[in-house]
Design a protein around this ligand. Structure first.
Ligand code: AMP
Length: 438
């Protein structure tokens, strides 16, 4: 074996394995998302993890960080430019148009749970492969759906047992009102260009709205006094936003207006929102100070122009998504209890060649009857098998020895008392079920 072949492989940077001990959290998140989605009339959609690269160039805007720097783009062997999906909305709209879903009764409500790929600098809560659960309402411009999507995103978090969630919301207007605001924004920043970071200088030329989204501290200080988009909305956007807020007022959602909220993709129009976890840290030793920090768990907004950008007709739409890894991180931090996935009630012990053969069948009979059974068929000693049974905390062990196999019986051992009795094989399912009920 060469030195190279002995290399210890690891998951690629920024990716990770979801190991069995963590699956219970994933299972719980999937279950709750599905439950909330179906309850609100969303149907499941799955799209491929790869899309044509042009799709993103056309729809996400060339000046977004994701499109500029974070896409995994490659050429297929046939020479087609492909991209590993960095987000879900564009694929859903592509699918909606491709399959003529405009012909269905509108709106079409779809949800997904899928891995996303972004070439980012990995850090806590930021990975190169992460999963998002998203809800999209396509084919309706009514602001009640903006409110519903926001509500559903928050509801999913709450049903998962998360505390301290909040929503920030803004309207970024439409192609009618944005140009005038854009000019105002440019006027404001032009006199301050020298103080902006390199990315923002570029944003000034290509997409000034994104200046507000810069995370650099020196730029953020400048945003404080920048003109507000909300003050420059056209009548239609203003009325739309007002109604979204009125609908939200009817729910118990704790939302906050943030006039500087813009999202990472250019396809958004009108409503944009983000779901945050408000966290309180206690810092310092003797002089403890409480600091609040915000973790983005999800976000979304309205994207009435996306369909047109993809060459389709007008399809007003609104959607939102949640980062599943971050949600699970918070569940663990907030000590949300989730049921263990494999909790056996019965352990099947076999002793000798004949009983080993028979135990496969007995195991299946028990499983079919809905009894969760465990085994360690590879072990032959009763001591070792009883030890495994003990470790799993089962209530009952069934012991199938050579003599029992010949006589057509099985020994039922109550693990707590150690009391054993012989039960006919034909009756064992019923007896076990009765005992488990007690
Ligand atoms: P975005 O559309 O970029 O706001 O992403 C929606 C949500 O997905 C975010 O609020 C995060 O919770 C999550 N998310 C986005 N990017 C990543 C990443 N690189 N790693 C883990 N989670 C992410």
């Amino acid at each position: 074996m060469t030195a190279k072949a002995k290399k210890q492989f690891q998951a690629p940077k920024g990716t990770f394995d979801i190991l069995p001990e963590d699956q219970k959290y994933w299972e719980k998140v999937r279950k709750v998302i599905k439950h909330v989605a179906i309850g609100y009339g969303f149907e499941r959609i799955d799209t491929p993890a790869i899309e044509s690269s042009d799709l993103y160039a056309l729809s996400a805007g060339e000046t977004t960080d994701v499109v500029e720097k974070q896409m995994y783009t490659f050429k297929s062997r046939g020479g087609d430019p492909l991209t590993l999906r960095p987000e879900g909305t564009i694929s859903v709209m592509r699918s909606f148009l491709e399959h003529g879903m405009q012909q269905l009764p509108q709106p079409v409500k779809l949800y997904y749970m899928a891995p996303m790929f972004r070439y980012e600098q990995p850090q806590a809560g930021r990975y190169r492969q992460h999963h998002q659960a998203g809800f999209e309402v396509l084919g309706d411009q009514d602001p009640i759906y903006d409110a519903q999507v926001i509500y559903v995103c928050l509801l999913a978090g709450e049903e998962l047992g998360l505390k301290n969630l909040s929503v920030e919301i803004n309207s970024i207007g439409c192609s009618k009102c944005r140009p005038a605001y854009r000019s105002q924004l440019l006027r404001y920043y032009r006199s301050r260009t020298a103080k902006l970071c390199k990315d923002c200088k570029r944003r000034m030329k290509k997409n000034p709205l994104r200046l507000l989204d810069c995370k650099e501290e020196k730029c953020q200080q400048m945003h404080v006094n920048a003109p507000n988009l909300i003050d420059h909305l056209c009548q239609e956007c203003h009325d739309h936003f007002k109604l979204v807020l009125e609908y939200l007022d009817e729910t118990s959602i704790p939302y906050v207006l943030n006039s500087h909220l813009v999202r990472g993709f250019d396809y958004y129009t009108k409503t944009v929102f983000e779901v945050f976890l408000e966290d309180e840290h206690v810092e310092g030793g003797s002089e403890k100070s409480h600091q609040r920090s915000k973790l983005a768990l999800g976000g979304g907004g309205r994207y009435d122009n996306l369909a047109k950008a993809l060459g389709g007709k007008d399809v007003p739409a609104v959607g939102g998504s949640l980062g599943m890894e971050r949600i699970i991180g918070v569940m663990k931090k907030q000590d949300v209890k989730v049921p263990t996935l494999f909790k056996p009630e019965v352990f099947l012990i076999q002793l000798g060649a004949l009983s080993k053969k028979k135990s496969l069948r007995l195991f299946e009979d028990l499983r079919k009857a809905g009894i969760v059974v465990a085994e360690s068929f590879g072990k032959d000693s009763i001591k070792a098998q009883l030890r495994s049974a003990d470790r799993l905390g089962v209530k009952i062990s069934l012991i199938l020895g050579q003599k029992e196999a010949i006589d057509g019986v099985v020994l039922l051992r109550e693990m707590d008392s150690g009391v054993q009795e012989s039960v006919e094989l034909e009756k064992i399912i019923k007896v076990v079920k009765d005992r488990l009920k007690k």
